[in-house]
Design a protein around this ligand. Sequence first.
Ligand SMILES: NC(=O)C1=CN([C@@H]2O[C@H](COP(=O)(O)OP(=O)(O)OC[C@H]3O[C@@H](n4cnc5c(N)ncnc54)[C@H](O)[C@@H]3O)[C@@H](O)[C@H]2O)C=CC1
Ligand SMILES: O=C(O)CCC(=O)C(=O)O
Length: 417
Amino acid sequence: MSEKTLNPFEIAQQQVKTACDKLGTDPAVYEILKNPKRVLEVSIPVKMDDGSTKSFIGYRSQHNDAVGPFKGGIRFHHDVTRDEVKALSTWMTFKCGVVGIPYGGGKGGITVDPSELSKGELERLSRGFARAIAPIIGERIDIPAPDVNTNGQIMAWFVDEYEKTTGRFEPGVFTGKPVNFYGSLGRTEATGYGVAIMARDAAKRIGLPLEGATVAIQGFGNVGSYAAKYMVEMGSKITAVSDSSACIINEAGLDVAALVEYVNKNKKVKGFPGAAKEVDRNEVLTMDVDILMPCALENQITSKNVNDIKAKIVSEGANGPTTPEADKVLFSKGIIVIPDILANAGGVTVSYFEWVQNLMRYTWSFDEVQEKQEKLMVKAFDDIWALKEEHSVDMRTAAYMMSIKRIADAMKLRGWY
Ligand SMILES: NC(=O)C1=CN([C@@H]2O[C@H](COP(=O)(O)OP(=O)(O)OC[C@H]3O[C@@H](n4cnc5c(N)ncnc54)[C@H](O)[C@@H]3O)[C@@H](O)[C@H]2O)C=CC1
Ligand SMILES: O=C(O)CCC(=O)C(=O)O
């Protein structure tokens, strides 16, 4: 595949194939894993505020459920395509395998720019999507969650509409819900927290002190903002942050708490008074920093900019931010890439804890949740690091190798091959 096409689904298939080949798995394993088990495409008609009706296209891709119910977020974004959703669902299967939680992979999305909708239109669209996918989801079948441009309020609308449609009380059918509506403490923070602690553990391995280490973060939404907060707590300096509006820089370290407040109010980092300089948003990736955290979208580190990457560690908050070609260059330069399926697995890990609490009709404290998350992720990091050393591969290949083995074992026991 030429990098020019940058089709995320082809990239996901290539990553799975590389690890299957390295492991020498039965060819049936790749045959099963190369495509999602089911992809549902829906058209959602929405009554707009001006009285007109507009239809939106949405998807739910269910990649594999050998280990447990399908699990993964729902994205509202104007660039959502069928292939993007298929790729994201594939990555979810292997992410759940990496941390060893009892789920398979799923993902959903609607092709829409939600910033162009009123709150009422957004609610009607969300409810329409929940009704459209209700026949194929369920607390023990497929459990969606938030992703780009979706949040706890949207999860609450989804649950309400799903329950009305099915007539069942099933709050565990979606995770990432508000804490006062069957959500879990620690879920909002979970993905960014995981991205930070994985960077911490990689820094330890290469002897990089976190105190005073410099960090650049692409994307300042749920994942990027919490990754920034926890890196500051660990003593590092966030010298550059970008979002779709701009990249802001302050060599002395940005005041993250003030930036969060500014973004909550202004919806963008552009114009933040605590910045010393503002540059094009793409420059964030090539900043002279110790740690880079891509926390926005796919295909950001490519053959075009990879030679300009200066960070020693890349902790992937986003799904699919690095292309396979760029991966090879980073590996040859000795840059440690903590792959998405490990670095951002904190979100689905705490979604799993939320689901367990929902099924138990019980709640855990914030500290209990974070301790459990850290324990699972640190173990996965250590296991993957050991595998990478043993096979002289990059961390992504090692992570896929570990995960594919778990999924292949379950498929074998089920008699799927
Ligand atoms: N929210 C979660 O729990 C999880 C999210 N992820 C992944 O993390 C990434 C970010 O997700 P969230 O933070 O939830 O989304 P979000 O919607 O809260 O934030 C996305 C951020 O990326 C920025 N952005 C978009 N295009 C950009 C560009 N071209 N350059 C720079 N910034 C850009 C947006 O302005 C925004 O700041 C996605 O890849 C998502 O799939 C992965 C695991 C879990
Ligand atoms: O919390 C979840 O279930 C899934 C989060 C997600 O979509 C992801 O990890 O990419």
